[in-house]
Design a protein around this ligand. Structure first.
Ligand SMILES: Nc1ncnc2c1ncn2[C@@H]1O[C@H](COP(=O)(O)OP(=O)(O)OP(=O)(O)O)[C@@H](O)[C@H]1O
Length: 310
């Protein structure tokens, strides 16, 4: 039987009149890194805050390892580590002091605190800064401490709200690396509005737009969601577009300038084969042919638009 790590059931929330999220449903049964993707205001933070028990939902429930967040929040929270959008760091404490404080909040037994702090500092690469005040750390290292406080009690499920937000490119690479490491033996869900973030870090995507889930699947499935329908061809002898248009599998063709053509097709295999065969037969001097692969951005725009129509 599949084991449920997280189950979000009919989750809805309104802060005042407007629904911020409406009937969100999904379940995670496999370890891995999940990206909660959505544009600004889509409802990512609202969903994450409810999942972690720091915001009380209007309707629905979240189950962490089968435990209801509504009915038994203390037990459910034991399995969760959370890094909110604004990390809860105390600048006047040293890294070590802060993590010991966090270990106490997480009710780690007194005689195990020092060991847990040491181990999490090593894991998150902040051991050499253990005596430094948090406010004197760079943004990237502060974020490492933020991740360390989220995993100090070794939770099965870690929630990171926009973990690379505000970091410089090198820091982003380092934090992504750390997230991948901590995702090796647990489930991580991170939110972002940046597509490349998901592509670089995640195995799976849950995309929400306007408070509703519009896509659930692997990153690969997301990328292939929109089937390419255009081929770009470069022909040195510059035949008329009409000659391309009549080929089997081709729906439309236009010259986009000089030797370049854009071809729309109904069957990519047939269209490409016929273009290549005809090019050889008529000496069109084919220099390049490529099918347009829909980028994540296209898929994102398409899914956002789709959710707006519904
Ligand atoms: N405390 C609040 N009071 C009223 N409305 C809120 C509050 N927090 C969020 N909202 C609204 O709820 C909706 C969802 O916001 P949420 O912060 O969950 O989105 P998000 O996807 O996390 O966006 P961002 O990437 O900008 O953080 C938005 O319309 C937002 O304006």
């Amino acid at each position: 039987m599949e084991k449920s790590i997280v189950k979000v059931e009919h989750l809805s929330h309104r802060y005042s009149v407007q629904w911020a999220i409406r009937d969100i449903n999904f379940e995670i049964t496999e370890n891995g890194i999940y990206g909660l993707l959505g544009s600004n205001g889509a409802g990512k933070s609202t969903t994450m805050n409810i999942m972690c028990g720091v915001l009380k939902q209007t309707e629905g429930d979240v189950y962490i390892k089968g435990v209801s967040m509504r009915d038994n929040p203390v037990e459910a929270k034991k399995h969760i580590g959370f890094l909110p959008q604004k990390p809860p760091l105390y600048g006047d404490l040293t890294v070590e002091e802060f993590l010991a404080f966090t270990a106490n909040i997480r009710r780690i037994p007194e005689d195990e605190v020092a060991g847990a702090v040491k181990s999490v500092m090593e894991r998150c690469g902040v051991g050499h800064f253990r005596k430094r005040l948090i406010r004197n750390l760079s943004g990237g290292y502060q974020q490492r401490v933020g991740i360390a406080q989220a995993i100090i009690h070794n939770p099965a499920f870690v929630v990171l709200d926009e973990p690379t937000n505000g970091l410089d490119p090198n820091q982003i690479i380092e934090i992504r690396h750390l997230i991948k490491e901590i995702g090796e033996d647990r489930t991580v869900i991170l939110s972002t509005h940046i597509l490349s973030e998901v592509q670089a870090t995640c195995d799976y995507i849950r995309m929400i737009e306007e408070g509703q889930v519009v896509f659930s699947g692997t990153v690969e499935e997301f990328d292939n969601y929109i089937v390419p329908s255009t081929i770009f061809v470069t022909l040195a002898s510059m035949p008329s577009a009409e000659e391309l248009k009549v080929l089997p599998g081709v729906v439309d063709a236009e010259n986009t300038g000089g030797m370049n053509y854009r071809v729309n097709f109904s069957d990519s295999r047939e269209a490409i084969t016929k273009i290549v065969e005809t090019s050889v037969a008529r000496n069109w001097q084919l220099l390049e042919i490529r099918a347009e692969k829909s980028s994540m951005d296209n898929v994102f725009a398409e899914l956002s638009a789709k959710s707006k129509k519904h």
